[in-house]
Design a protein around this ligand. Structure first.
Ligand code: GAL
Length: 354
């Protein structure tokens, strides 16, 4: 229905960061920053038609710059971890920035979450959209190839927030883009997400070592706390006596969708908050989703919007993507991109009430 923008803040180096507001005819509203392409607010209705903001995030730019947790941000070039920050591509060894224990996480020291994206198109229609572009120079954060990434956010008439990622490179490289939004369908300032029911169309998950690097095994979810093939509350089994849950302090695992990547986006996950009736269906053509229950949300220095304190397990992220550390595992999904190929993935978070 409409799209508008204004200045959100100014970086220490003087560059301005804008916030774009997209609204549809049902009153759904989303705010997106040009800094990291971060989704800063998302207002959706409950069963009674009351709107609230269901996303973690901050009120001011400084918290996006200095806070951790990648609130709402685009993640790149490679989402999740690369073991010991090392990989070999076409015989050449790459050594990446180590920023998470012994590993490389979410693109390194200055990942896409810390870049200002250019606005390349906006559409002011029934389905307002915003297209952002970032050209990552060859060798940025040690990744090979000049990478051109265009991310388009569209607010649909059916209350879907669609994110399409398109990328090309001029040298063979690796790539795993995602969005790091934290959801709590009761409202961001309500507390625990453990009462939310989750369904995942995933029959295996990736166990990890103590630094959260996948061991290489694709383990069946059947008869484990990782079985969400029938919807269940996130909290139902989170305290189960299970080594994989203990290592991560909750869910922080890659779930592999049945049949792998699909041509068109299909329904792969549903998050439901029974009390409010808010439901989020996740449609994607990606092969996997990292389910992260916000186990590390403890940073007192950077409270969320409205000065709401960070609390572990108060949100869940459903990061659609390829398998973490896939470049170091032959049996994992292929995250390489070559010149002439087009990386093209879409994830839609579609909201309704039930
Ligand atoms: C997630 C990751 C977590 C944590 C988080 C950021 O994608 O799975 O282990 O690093 O990002 O705090």
């Amino acid at each position: 229905m409409s799209i508008s923008h204004k200045l959100f803040g100014t970086l220490p180096d003087g560059r301005g960061v804008d916030v774009y507001t997209l609204r549809n005819a049902s009153g759904v509203k989303v705010r997106i920053l040009t800094y990291g392409g971060a989704i800063q607010q998302l207002y959706i209705p409950d069963r009674k038609g009351c709107f609230c903001d269901v996303l973690g995030g901050y009120d001011c730019l400084d918290s996006y710059v200095r806070g951790d947790g990648y609130q709402g941000a685009l993640i790149g070039r490679v989402g999740n971890r690369i073991a010991k920050g090392t990989f070999t591509l076409d015989g050449k060894e790459y050594r990446m920035f180590i920023n998470n224990g012994p590993n490389h996480l979410h693109g390194g020291e200055f990942g896409f979450n810390a870049k200002i994206f250019d606005v390349v198109a906006t559409e002011d229609t029934d389905t307002p959209s915003l297209s952002l572009r970032y050209v990552s120079p060859d060798g940025e954060e040690q990744y090979p190839g000049t990478l051109t990434v265009t991310v388009t956010y569209t607010l649909t008439a059916e209350n879907g927030l669609r994110i399409r990622y398109v990328a090309t490179t001029d040298k063979k490289t690796i790539l795993n883009l995602t969005n790091h939004s934290y959801f709590n369908l009761a409202g961001y300032a309500t507390g625990s997400v453990l009462d939310h029911e989750l369904y995942l169309d995933a029959d295996t998950y990736l166990p990890t070592d103590t630094s959260l690097i996948p061991t290489g095994e694709l383990r069946p979810v059947a008869n484990t706390p990782f079985d969400f093939t029938v919807a269940k509350p996130i909290g139902q089994d989170i305290e189960a006596d299970n080594a994989d849950l203990t290592i991560a302090g909750g869910y922080d695992h890659c779930f592999n969708f049945r049949g792998g990547a699909s041509h068109e986006p299909v329904l792969r996950a549903t998050l439901y908050h029974r009390e409010s009736g808010r439901k989020m269906d996740v449609y994607t053509n990606q092969p996997c989703v990292q389910v992260y229950t916000g186990n590390f949300l403890t940073n007192e220095e950077f409270p969320f919007k409205g000065n709401f304190a960070q609390r572990p397990r108060s949100f869940v992220c459903l990061e659609t993507q390829h398998m973490p550390d896939s470049i170091n595992h032959e049996n994992f999904t292929d995250c390489t991109l070559s010149p002439g190929e087009v990386y093209d993935y879409t994830t839609e978070y579609r909201f309704s009430v039930e």
